[in-house]
Design a protein around this ligand. Structure first.
Ligand SMILES: Nc1ncnc2c1ncn2[C@@H]1O[C@H](COP(=O)(O)OP(=O)(O)O)[C@@H](O)[C@H]1O
Ligand SMILES: CC(=O)N[C@@H](CCC(=O)OP(=O)(O)O)C(=O)O
Length: 289
């Protein structure tokens, strides 16, 4: 027999579902690019929960695109070879030997782990990198970083083909260079360029902090472009948060409707952000002033 408390829980669950209706309607047919950072990919359970959210989003009419990172997995593989990477403003200095490890780890281990997780939840994920279908071509903008690319030319045709077949693209941030070289592209930059070429409704940057913090360590619920520049100049936004906030600004300038930086380790982070009044993390959207 059910207890009164159990029935209350079910009534609350039904209410939550009912209150999601306006959000379900808002995102029906929307394109949502989700960047899953390496630090947000913790346990297999967390990965399954993330994959379940993405499959649910697709089930209710969203075209989800996953772009992933994998910095910690690359570090672990390089450490086995006794190599420690240097980072400049959140980007890995990538020599010829390192780019081989980067591609192997991102397009192989990390990409397929996510593909499998989505497929286990009943979705149809297809793992690709920026090289496939000419999706993302980059150029070296800072030779001191080695084989690190900035996306310059995008071709989203393959992504539209996958959407039309209800498949979920899972994209490793590796691109081709103009001379056939392989380029390591920061996961955030790749996600931003993909979101911009798709004119996505939302870009969710999932990381390991609740959002962008101010000098007092408080999470800011909303950020303007001016505020981001200020916090960066003051040294409050540092390291891996630099490519994220840079990406947010570029994505907005490129036609993405809003970017959210949020904690991907929190259970159901994507659902909370899209389908509840609560929202999550730090929202960056075009200046309306
Ligand atoms: N102002 C800030 N607010 C929040 N996090 C910040 C800030 N400045 C730097 N960070 C750092 O950025 C990190 C997220 O970037 P990164 O480690 O590259 O994550 P990911 O692997 O998810 O891409 C946080 O864990 C935090 O240490
Ligand atoms: C140029 C550059 O820094 N590329 C990143 C690509 C992976 C990534 O972005 O991983 P996270 O999202 O986990 O940080 C790297 O080599 O680590």
């Amino acid at each position: 027999m059910k207890t009164r408390d159990q029935s209350r829980n079910w009534i609350a669950a039904a209410k939550t579902l009912s209150s999601a209706l306006p959000y379900l309607q808002r995102y029906d047919g929307a394109t949502v690019v989700i960047k899953l950072g390496g630090h947000a990919m913790s346990s297999d359970e967390a990965m399954d929960l993330f994959a379940r959210d993405v499959v649910l989003m697709q089930q209710v009419g969203v075209n989800p695109v996953i772009v992933h990172g994998g910095g910690p997995a690359i570090n672990a593989m390089l450490e086995r070879q006794g190599v420690t990477s240097q980072f400049v403003n959140g980007r890995r200095v990538t020599d010829a030997a390192t780019i081989e490890v980067v591609e192997m780890v991102l397009s192989g281990l990390v990409n397929k782990r996510i593909v499998q997780a989505v497929n286990r939840q009943g979705g149809t994920a297809v793992g690709i990198s920026g090289k496939d279908g000419g999706l993302m071509t980059g150029v070296i903008t800072d030779p001191a970083l080695g084989f690190v690319g900035t996306p310059v030319e995008m071709n989203p045709r393959l992504l539209h083909t996958l959407f039309a077949s209800d498949m979920i693209p899972v994209i490793a941030p590796v691109g081709a260079g103009p001379n056939g070289e392989t380029l390591n592209i920061n996961g955030d930059s790749a996600a931003g360029a993909i979101a911009a070429t798709l004119k996505a409704d939302r870009l969710l940057l999932l990381t390991d902090v609740a959002g962008v913090k101010n000098a007092d360590g408080e999470v800011l619920t909303e950020l303007t472009a001016d505020h981001i520049r200020q916090l960066t100049e003051q040294g409050v936004i540092t390291g891996g948060m630099i490519p994220k906030t840079e990406t947010a600004l570029e994505a907005i300038a490129g036609g993405v409707r809003a970017v959210v930086i949020l904690d991907g380790r929190a259970p159901n982070a994507c659902l909370l952000e899209l389908y509840t009044e609560h929202g999550a993390g730090t929202l960056i959207r075009p200046d309306t002033r």
